[in-house]
Design a protein around this ligand. Structure first.
Ligand code: TYM
Length: 339
């Protein structure tokens, strides 16, 4: 049986270089490499998107996020399945069943729950708490082994494994296939660890679309020349010695990381080119150039894709997804006694 590689990105009116390098880019690379003998599931988690205030026109955003994959060079074939989560009702149904095997304690310990509920007191919507369980359903319905995501989502892969193991043990079955452990996921993406692209102005923080500082983030819609300038003015340090050290030199390490991913080279190889140099300008210029060129090419391709091109791929993808997810749901319904 073919293995499945699966990922999703919440829709927004824009995305950051972090989303691109943490998830879009590796998924396209893996899809192009493995789609001959793997299923590649790329879906739009629209149900996940509504846990927060909707940013712009959701329908336009849904189309935009699929255009991103196509603009990055995703080569379509019959093993690539593109679908919208809410068009496959088994996701919601499976989430309810998984909820009944998930503890409040473990859900409330998720870092993203803590971050997203901070300062909201008791007025935190339940979707924010339940979001990793819906993500577990997204993965388990398709028995996905590899889930290319950024490091901030690794905890959700771990909870998926925990819930699946609990149900398998409880019913003494192997109904759920576990996604690979996160270390293995990173390795599959060609990384030592999970990828976390940092803010350009405060490199101890993750690059995030919600950061009010424009210079902290590169948006995929940024003018490539502005993106160049943002990299050139990125916060570094005064150690005057290039090294990959996220703890003492997070700004420099972030640039090395961005350059390595965008040039498809191992981090150690890129680091060795600049290591020991006191001249931060060269590294900044090289990174800024690569980002500028990538955005120029990406945006031109993006603008050449029509909405119709995207709407067409949903039709076949949703038929496939409903078939696979429906079968897995039926199996689990039977197991827990609902059928
Ligand atoms: P989301 O929409 O918050 O983020 C989308 C993807 O972008 C990655 N990412 C980053 N990677 C590196 N550095 C950063 N600064 C950075 N910022 C964002 C995220 O890790 C993610 O891979 N719950 C998921 C969506 C989802 C999903 C799934 C993913 C729902 N169901 C099933 C995989 C499988 C989310 O909200 O990601």
């Amino acid at each position: 049986m073919k293995e499945t590689i699966l990922t999703g990105i919440r829709t927004n009116t824009d995305m950051t270089l972090g989303n691109m390098l943490g998830a879009l880019y590796p998924m396209v690379q893996l899809a192009n490499r493995f789609s001959k003998d793997h299923h590649i599931n790329i879906f739009v988690p629209d149900l996940h998107t509504i846990i927060a205030e909707i940013d712009g026109d959701m329908q336009k955003n849904v189309i935009r996020s699929i255009k991103y994959y196509l603009a990055l060079g995703l080569e379509m074939n019959e093993n690539i399945h593109i679908y919208r989560q809410s068009y496959v009702p088994a996701h919601s149904e499976m989430t309810w069943i998984l909820n009944c095997f998930t503890y409040f304690g473990e859900a409330s310990r998720m870092i993203q729950f803590k971050e997203k509920s901070e300062g909201k007191g008791e007025n935190v919507n339940l979707g924010i708490l339940d979001y990793p369980v819906l993500m577990a359903a997204d993965i388990l319905l398709y028995s996905a082994k590899y889930v290319p995501v950024g490091e901030d989502q690794f905890q959700h892969i771990e909870i998926t494994r925990d819930i699946a193991t609990r149900i398998n043990n409880r019913f003494n079955t192997d109904v759920f296939k576990l996604p690979a452990p996160t270390k293995e996921q990173a390795k599959f993406m060609g990384l030592d660890d999970g990828l976390r692209i940092r803010s350009l102005t405060e490199p101890t923080k993750k690059m995030s679309k919600s950061d009010p500082s424009e210079n902290s983030k590169i948006l995929l819609s940024d003018n490539p020349k502005d993106a160049y300038k943002k990299i050139m003015s990125a916060t570094t340090d005064s150690l005057a010695n290039i090294d990959f050290d996220m703890f003492n030199q997070p700004g420099i390490s972030n640039l090395l990381q961005i350059l390595a991913v965008l040039t498809n080279r191992p981090l150690a190889e890129v680091t060795s080119v600049y290591a020991g140099s006191s001249n931060y300008g060269n590294l900044k210029r090289d990174t800024a150039e690569v980002v500028e060129n990538m955005l120029t090419e990406f945006q031109a391709k993006y603008n050449s894709i029509s909405d119709e091109d995207v709407l067409k791929v949903f039709e076949a993808g949703e038929k496939y997804a409903n078939d696979i997810a429906g079968k897995k749901l039926a199996e689990v319904q039977k197991l827990v006694g609902l059928r």
